[in-house]
Design a protein around this ligand. Sequence first.
Ligand SMILES: Nc1ncnc2c1ncn2[C@@H]1O[C@H](COP(=O)(O)OP(=O)(O)OP(=O)(O)O)[C@@H](O)[C@H]1O
Ligand SMILES: [Mg+2]
Length: 176
Amino acid sequence: MEAAAPHDPAEPTPTANSVGLTVTSPEQMRELGRRLAKLLRAGDLVLLSGELGAGKTTLTRGLGEGLGVRGAVTSPTFVIARVHPSLGDGPPLVHVDAYRLSGGLDEMEDLDLDVSLPESVIVVEWGEGKVEELTEDRLQVVIHRAVGDTTDEVRQVTVTGLGGRWATTDLTVLSA
Ligand SMILES: Nc1ncnc2c1ncn2[C@@H]1O[C@H](COP(=O)(O)OP(=O)(O)OP(=O)(O)O)[C@@H](O)[C@H]1O
Ligand SMILES: [Mg+2]
């Protein structure tokens, strides 16, 4: 057996951990959210990407159900962020829709996301390039809609854990 090449200390330690899933209905997307909720705890940041109508809010609805929080998760029309307190003793869910925001965290200063993150699960739709500086540990969820047939309910979902927080988490449990 050949010995593995020694890790070059100049290289960053690889910590990405990724799983690809196929979701075939809105109900399955919610179920994925419920499963994802089991992996989450206070201090976790989840970034949801995907085009309009990909299913980001649908996934967040399942997350809210899985976390057991109060209030239905909806697509906010005017509200940028909504806090759903836990009905039990779990963390609250902070649901942010950054679609209308072009800037970064400075534009969301009033939300005090940095203050609430340690005791909350924060989920951000359209947050790419805007909220990463909150923490280097984050879960990146990318939802791709099958192109062409607009009636198609099939979505390709990639969940990637970044940073030490996710380095040893087995994300394949999401596809169970
Ligand atoms: N497999 C699927 N997963 C999720 N949603 C699906 C799926 N198939 C069809 N849909 C439908 O697509 C729509 C997804 O809407 P949703 O609000 O969750 O998207 P979104 O990504 O949050 O959009 P936006 O960018 O406008 O916030 C819903 O009407 C849902 O019923
Ligand atoms: Mg949405």
